[in-house]
Structure formats: C-alpha cells, structure tokens
Write a protein that binds this ligand. Structure first.
Ligand code: SAM
Length: 212
C-alpha cells in the first residue's frame, strides 16, 4: 500500500511542483517516508503536508524536501552538512542521492531517535550529532553542500565559513512568519547569493539563530 502512495506522491512532485532532477525523484521513490513519522500518521506520510514528529517539530513537506534537494545539485560523493535532522527523512534522501551526510539536531530525543532509525534502515553514510547547528560542525569541514531545514534570522557566519570552494549553501532566511530560500555559492573564495520566495519553516534556534 505504501509503495502505491509513495509513487503517487512522486508523480505529484513532478507534475505539480515541476521537480525534474532524476536523482531527487529516484531517491524519494526509494525512501520509506512513512517510517519517519509515528505509526498512527503513516497513512498521511505521502500527502503534501508537514507532519508532527514530537517536541513541537515537523517533518518537512515532500515539496520542500524535493525543492531543497534539487537546489543542492548533488552528483554523488559530496560531503553534506544538514542543520535540523528532525525525523531524519531529508538526510536519508540526500544519502540515497549519494551524499555523505553530517546532520545536527538540537533536540536530543529527536537526534537519538533519528540516529537509531537511520542505522536500522542501513544508512551508514549519515552521522548524527546533538548540538547547535548554527555553529556548524568544524571537525569535518569544509562541506561541499550545506542545507538548513529551519528558518534563520540571518546566514550564520560559521556555516558560510565551513563551505568548500564550489560549494552551495541553502538556507531559509527572514522573519519568523515569512522566509526566502537563500542559495549561496562559493566560487574563487567569493560568496554569491540568489533568493527564492518560499513557505514558512520552523525557527532555527541557537547562538547565531533565534533565541528560544
Ligand atoms: N530535516 C527534517 C526532516 O527531514 O524531518 C526537518 C526538520 S524540522 C522542519 C527543523 C528541525 O531543525 C527541527 O527538528 C528543529 O529542532 C531543528 N533545529 C532548529 N534549530 C536548530 C539548531 N540551531 N541546530 C540544530 N537543529 C535545529
């Protein structure tokens, strides 16, 4: 049953959201989204909505995951830093696209739950850390790609500083109720910025983010 629902979700992403990146489409076809939410919500996992995952947090809309994953332009083999592990779904999609993923979650229970689930599903190329992602993860920097899955007041300088040459950083920035998706690229040591209007994200809370 879930396979049919997942296939319908992917068709909608292609037709309604215009997602064309074949690596994103095939990754989202493979990752069992229903196991990243509570079993009681499994039947809603393939609708285009965000769902609660506890602790006041949500798993992102499939469209959000598809758009952000497409903008990251993963070819395979990239080192990716994700801020905001949440359910672990976005990290699994990036791993399916061939990325080595380092993901940080500030809520200990979510980080531990996601780590256990990702290991159980065999995603051994994902490392999960509990902490304040606004500071990045210096130990493994630089990163070819950085994705922030919560809305920030500004681009945290630590993250821009941990971006590799020819790297891309995607982050929603703006007020708590309206953000733009910022795509930052680093070429010859210089950062350039493009913005894409986008839906509301949960807040990025931390030293270089919003305060609680
Ligand atoms: N990528 C997630 C998924 O696939 O389920 C979506 C996560 S949710 C939209 C955003 C997450 O960012 C929340 O779990 C929240 O706790 C986390 N978060 C917010 N501020 C953070 C910070 N400074 N460092 C790490 N995680 C943070």
């Amino acid at each position: 049953m879930y396979e049919r629902l997942r296939e319908a979700m992917v068709k909608k992403l292609v037709v309604e959201a215009g997602i064309q990146n074949p690596a994103v489409i095939s990754a989202m076809r493979r990752v069992p989204r229903h196991v990243f939410v509570d079993a009681a919500l499994g039947h809603q996992a393939y609708g285009n909505g965000s769902l609660p995952i506890g602790f006041g947090q949500t798993i992102s809309h499939p469209t959000t995951v598809a758009v952000m994953s497409s903008l990251l332009d993963i070819q395979g083999g990239e080192k990716v830093l994700e801020i905001g592990t949440g359910s672990g779904y976005q990290a699994a999609v990036l791993a399916e696209m061939g990325a080595k993923v380092f993901t940080i979650e500030r809520i200990q229970e979510l980080a531990n739950r996601s780590r256990t689930l990702l290991e159980k599903l065999g995603y051994y190329s994902i490392a999960v850390k509990i902490g304040d992602g606004t500071l990045g993860w210096n130990e493994f920097a630089p990163y070819d790609r950085i994705i922030v899955t919560a809305g920030a007041p500004a681009i945290p300088e630590n993250l821009a500083g941990q971006l590799n040459e020819n790297g891309k950083l995607i982050i929603p920035v703006g007020k708590p109720d309206a953000q733009k998706l910022n795509l930052i690229e680093k070429k010859d040591g210089q950062l350039s910025l493009q913005t894409v209007p986008f839906r509301r994200f949960v807040p990025l809370i931390g030293q270089k983010g919003w305060t609680t």
